[in-house]
Design a protein. Structure first.
Length: 610
């Protein structure tokens, strides 16, 4: 591993050519108009650089590695055009073309995802194999082996495109596929979080053009494309790892050291310097070299790469992996640069912590962060404490006491005041890194309905993990491959095709019907998107809350008992006000609010008040 990191290709040759240019092109009329272009080629730094068409070079930066040169050009007030860089050393020279392209109309003001959306999370390799011809490719090491649950199975972009109508019919309005850029590890590359080229879609998923087509097909359906972006690390097979631009492009000790995963050291006033260092600078795993966002060259590279993908692929948002493991000043600058370029773009960071205060610290304009004059600039975080309650078996706790049962959910929402923007947090029952809900709850349909009702009706942006809607399970204890199973019907020859009504089992159809009805109802309900919340202390393991605005009100009742329970309607007069009836959004049944309401055991009721 150390060999890979320290090896530099020095040569006595003077003449050079360009092997790589990143970013490969840019756009005119960008807020980020000073573009730092990285040229890579043997001994390229020994050349003088000039550029045509009156383009101004604002800076040239060389490093200890002569195979790189970073040239910053000013594109402000420059029209879309092609121009030429000339590299000259003594009597020898060569050229490199470069393009400024025209931006899409109103690209700067694209609207990101928000609380009116429902996000469908896809494990890209495991959803659907739309093009079997790219399951294994010449330029990538790991070949497809569907019998290996930790190997490549062949899911791809074409498979996602072919099933966008299925996703839309569920009530989803945005799609978050796990990373699609190239990951050329010898094994375990299917998850694609150890990327080897961040300007190239992995050929086993398709091409860059296929990714553009995915965005276009989503937008045709009024849906949004969310890229899973990784700022903290690359894969050890990344093309730079044999020939780093600078020694400190990565965090080195020298070479590899493991993170301690203790993200609290990022703000703990009592933390030791060594613990804080190993959290941020240690590597997530040995095969994922840790990027040094405090190095201005690295930071600028990541900023430009992110903006390039947004503009190029017409993206609607990011989900950022391991956000709180990054250098916190560097990641704040990265996030601000993106939202300065796109003021309405949304970014949710993976901040996997077990305290609302610690998670709220990472949301933009946090008063907690302001104590130490820190602002992450991150618009959205993930509600992991809610996930903890759900995954911890709250719906199995049939006897309530001081800290068991529905009080766990109630207590989670009592801390909403900590978040600067409570509507802009991601809520979920599971994702691609957790035990599957239907494994924790043994495919108990009633408990699934309770959980999905909760996710669909509380504040925030709901996220559904692929396959939940047909009862898919998976045991985290059996390894990550088991929680990332193939979607039935995504491969030719699958005996069960759950993408179609006729192909689903009776059990799968039951899950699917409920999920689709619930989230399609939510889709057009402003009160669910931005309404206020009022909740009541759970009594007898029954949790009641209301979502309301000036025009409408919705009452939600979740009975975590096994037995029927009668709700004393008078207790909720503060929220019911003058409403007379409620309509069950699932059954359409009218329920009088003049009398007590009886609710079945292990069930949820959503009533639109009339």
């Amino acid at each position: 591993m150390k060999k890979i990191i320290f090896f530099f290709l020095f040569s006595t040759s003077i003449f050079a050519q360009v092997d790589r240019v990143e970013p490969p092109f840019w756009w005119s009329d960008m807020n980020l108009s000073d573009v730092q272009i990285m040229f890579y080629g043997k001994n390229i730094a020994q050349n003088e650089v000039t550029v045509s068409n009156g383009i101004i070079i604002k800076g040239i930066q060389k490093t200890e590695n002569p195979n790189y040169i970073f040239v910053t050009v000013d594109t402000k007030n420059t029209s879309a055009q092609d121009f030429v860089f000339t590299f000259k050393n003594k009597n020898k020279s060569f050229t490199q073309n470069y393009s400024l392209k025209t931006r899409k109309v109103n690209s700067r003001f694209r609207k990101g995802y928000d609380s009116s959306d429902m996000i469908y999370l896809i494990m890209s390799d495991r959803f659907a194999n739309g093009n079997p011809n790219n399951d294994s490719t010449k330029e990538t090491i790991e070949k497809a082996d569907r019998n290996n649950k930790n190997g490549r199975h062949g899911g791809d972009i074409e498979g996602i495109i072919q099933h966008l109508d299925y996703i839309k019919e569920l009530g989803a309005t945005a799609v978050w596929p796990t990373p699609l850029c190239e990951d050329n590890d010898e094994r375990g590359s299917y998850h694609t979080y150890g990327q080897s080229d961040v300007y190239k879609i992995d050929s086993r998923f398709g091409t860059n053009d296929d990714y553009l087509r995915l965005s276009a097909e989503l937008h045709k359906r009024g849906m949004k494309n969310i890229m899973d972006y990784v700022t903290n690390h690359w894969g050890y097979k990344h093309w730079m790892m044999n020939d780093l631009p600078t020694y400190d492009w990565l965090h080195q000790f020298p070479g590899y050291a493991q993170t301690n995963y203790r993200m609290s050291t990022q703000f703990d006033t009592n933390a030791s310097a060594i613990d804080a260092k190993y959290c941020v600078e240690g590597w997530f795993v040995k095969s994922m070299p840790d990027l040094n966002q405090s190095n201005p060259l690295v930071l600028n590279y990541l900023i430009q790469n992110a903006i390039w993908w947004i503009e190029y692929a017409d993206l609607d948002g990011f989900r950022v992996d391991t956000y709180s493991y990054c250098d916190k000043q560097g990641i704040s600058k990265w996030t601000k640069a993106i939202t300065d370029e796109y003021p309405h773009f949304n970014i949710v960071g993976e901040v996997w912590m077990n305290s609302q205060a610690q998670m709220a610290y990472w949301q933009k304009d946090s008063k907690i962060g302001a104590i130490e004059n820190y602002n992450s600039n991150l618009p959205s975080v993930m509600d992991f404490t809610l996930y903890d309650a759900i995954n911890g078996g709250v719906f199995n706790e049939e006897k309530s006491n001081w800290d068991k049962g529905m009080i766990k959910l109630y207590n989670n929402f009592t801390n909403d005041f900590l978040y600067p923007n409570i509507n802009n947090i991601l809520v979920f029952a599971e994702n691609h890194d957790t035990s599957r809900f239907n494994d924790v709850y043994k495919n108990d349909f009633n408990k699934y309905k309770m959980a999905m009702t909760l996710i669909a009706t509380i504040r925030g942006i709901p996220q559904l993990y692929y396959g939940s809607e047909i009862g898919m399970a998976g045991d985290k204890g059996q390894g990550d491959g088991d929680i990332r199973r193939d979607f039935p019907g995504g491969w030719n020859g699958d005996s069960n095709n759950a993408f179609t009504t006729s192909g689903r089992t009776e059990e799968q159809q039951k899950f699917h019907d409920f999920t689709s009805k619930l989230f399609n109802w939510r889709k057009n309900k402003d009160v669910m998107h931005t309404g206020k919340m009022m909740h009541y202390i759970p009594e007898n393991n029954v949790y009641v809350y209301f979502r309301y605005n000036d025009k409408e009100s919705v009452m939600v009742v979740i009975n975590n008992n096994t037995d029927k329970h009668k709700i004393n309607i008078n207790h909720f007069k503060e929220s019911i006000k003058n409403y007379q009836t409620g309509t069950d959004v699932i059954t359409g049944k009218q329920i009088s609010l003049k009398n007590d309401i009886e609710i079945d055991g292990k069930s949820a009721l959503v009533l639109e008040l009339k």
